[in-house]
Write a protein that binds this ligand. Sequence first.
Ligand SMILES: Nc1ncnc2c1ncn2[C@@H]1O[C@H](COP(=O)(O)OP(=O)(O)OP(=O)(O)O)[C@@H](O)[C@H]1O
Length: 230
Amino acid sequence: MLALDIENLDVTFPGLSSPALAIGRLSIDAGSRVAITGASGSGKSTFVNIVTGLERTRQGRIRWNGEDIAGFSESRRDRFRAANIGLVMQEFHLFPGLSALENVLLPARLAGAATADIIERAHALLSTVGLSRSGQKIETMSRGEMQRVAIARALLRKPGVIIADEPTASLDAESGEAVGDLILDLAIAEGSTLIVVSHDQRLASRLDRRITFGAGRIKEDSATTAGEAA
Ligand SMILES: Nc1ncnc2c1ncn2[C@@H]1O[C@H](COP(=O)(O)OP(=O)(O)OP(=O)(O)O)[C@@H](O)[C@H]1O
């Protein structure tokens, strides 16, 4: 399980008069489950990109269990992410022509980490996410099934944190609900910290803590706000 500590983060982009994201201090406990919400353009994707190390910040500290990834090179950030962060995005980033199983295993294969144990875990995870045909080609699957494959892939290396960016936004209501529940149930079962960016109020309400961004800042945090609005 990973804990996150952010200090003095300030992310600016050319052409923007104010920071896309400015966080003085934010701590997320190991094993906690947090929803990030906020209007379009409030900085949610920037937050995901920074805490996963997909983007670099020059200003601030991003500590995962005390390790500041802001000081890492790009290749070290990539290695850290592969080993520690299970990422689930709105678009699934799966590879057509490959089966469900091959998609789950691809990052591990590329990292030279597809051991017999990992292959066994890939089969088990596909079954846990409710997919019985591991050899089915990805392009023949429904969108809900594709997201389940992406979830199995994200969990393969037992990440200390699962970070999901609008995981249900491109799904219909029914499969979105099922996928949201699945991510939460798996995070609990695996003992992973969970951070979910979502407009889905039902999913957000099932998590321990809700943080709302507004104009690149933390506008509300249920961990610190007394008498939080329902
Ligand atoms: N690479 C970039 N260059 C310039 N501006 C950027 C860049 N990335 C993001 N921004 C700006 O930073 C702000 C925050 O964007 P971000 O994508 O984080 O918002 P968001 O809350 O995820 O929005 P949405 O819900 O619409 O995805 C926006 O004003 C956006 O235009």
